[in-house]
Write a protein that binds this ligand. Structure first.
Ligand SMILES: C[S@@+](CC[C@H](N)C(=O)[O-])C[C@H]1O[C@@H](n2cnc3c(N)ncnc32)[C@H](O)[C@@H]1O
Length: 352
């Protein structure tokens, strides 16, 4: 007997229990062990130039070189401990870790650096670097033990989210129903009054409950927490219809988020206030400001000098120097990645 597909299983669940939440649908579409967009095999859910989407680490090694500078700065600030544990959550195939190791920061040369790459997808984990200082980890139900720094690049927008719609009597939850062989939206119960904004009927917003729980769980670890993502104020998102909900497939835009669960990525622009209110308030900066604070301009200048010195003869050093200039343009573009938000929560001071 053939196994039921993910779509058949979700339809059967709706028939027996009634409409399901958007986060239940999205969790299955992205992370179902057999058919989830990120979890099923190496063919989907890949970052990179040939993958389904391009993230800052996949632009090239420059982003990782700046993160390496930041890790050194925080390590120095912490008094250069003998062991410096950096946990990247949602590490994808480990490209950021590779670039950090290639940049060889002082905390690595001194033997302190340990990199823990936490990734839900077995397929992505199988691509993690195998260096002795790297541990590749599957996330458990509880956050892992103590560490010094937690980094999450474009993870929060990929955590399952719910949807609120302004109705005549308040904000109602958008649920997923199954009718005439299709997944369709319907309105559910009133949401607790989470959006204190002026809104018109049919305005919609993401409800980032799961991202909020994730932030609170990570804050309990006590480490410095840095999350990079696209975010905008709630008032801006509410005027975009559902334009803040984005789908991607094979490096292009996907189709309606309810189409063929498992076949496309489903992400949300982050409602900044919900991230800020999730735990103790973070510091927020733009990605461009963060990269400048940790030396991107110096790294680009170094690349420019290398390119000028070696342009006539070519060679890898000169080419990687030139590549830094192009990478910086992409990473710092205020209308693109440079405009992303970096949420930074400081480490908790250890008692005594
Ligand atoms: C958009 S990708 C970003 C990958 C990488 N950070 C980058 O910037 O290229 C998000 C990644 O987070 C992973 N992920 C989603 N939820 C997770 C969780 N709860 N724990 C660990 N990894 C998760 C996904 O499988 C996916 O590889």
């Amino acid at each position: 007997m053939s196994r039921e597909s993910l779509a058949e299983r979700l339809a059967a669940e709706i028939r027996s229990r009634g409409p399901i939440s958007a986060s239940t649908f999205i969790a299955a579409a992205l992370y179902d062990p057999d058919e989830g967009f990120y979890t099923r095999d190496e063919s989907t859910g890949r970052a990179g130039r040939r993958g389904d989407f391009l993230t800052a680490p996949e632009v090239g090694p420059l982003f990782g070189a700046v993160i390496a500078n930041a890790l050194d700065a925080w390590w120095t600030e912490a008094g250069e401990p003998d062991e410096w544990v950096v946990r990247e959550i949602g590490a994808g195939p480990g490209t950021l870790a590779r670039a950090v190791l290639a940049a060889d920061p002082l905390c690595h040369r001194s033997g302190a650096l340990r990199l823990e790459l936490v990734e839900i997808s077995d397929a992505q984990r199988s691509m993690h670097p195998t260096a002795p200082v790297v541990a590749s980890i599957s996330p458990g139900p509880e956050p892992d033990g103590p560490c010094d720094v937690i980094i999450a690049n474009e993870l929060l927008d990929n955590l399952p989210f719910d949807i609120g719609e302004r109705a005549a009597d308040g904000w109602r939850e958008v649920l997923v129903n199954f009718e005439n062989d299709c997944f369709v939206e319907c309105l559910g119960e009133l949401l607790p009054d989470v959006f204190d904004i002026e809104a018109e009927t049919a305005d919609r917003l993401p409800v980032l409950r799961i991202a909020g729980e994730w932030i609170r769980a990570q804050r309990a670890v006590g480490a410095r927490l840095i999350a990079f993502d696209y975010a905008a104020p709630t008032t801006v998102l509410s005027k975009r219809g559902t334009g803040w909900l984005r789908t991607f497939r094979g490096h292009g835009a996907g189709s309606n988020w309810l189409d063929e669960p498992g076949s496309q990525d489903i992400t949300t622009d982050l409602a900044a206030e919900q991230i800020v209110a999730a735990a103790d308030p973070p510091r927020s900066t733009t990605q461009a400001a963060f990269l400048r604070a940790y030396g991107v301009d110096g790294l680009v200048e170094e690349g420019r000098v290398r390119w000028k010195a070696g342009a006539a003869v070519g060679g890898l050093g000169a080419l990687s120097g030139r590549s830094r200039i192009r990478e910086a343009e992409i990473l710092l573009d205020p209308t693109g990645m440079g405009g992303f938000t970096v949420f930074e929560w400081p480490p908790f001071l250890s008692p005594g």
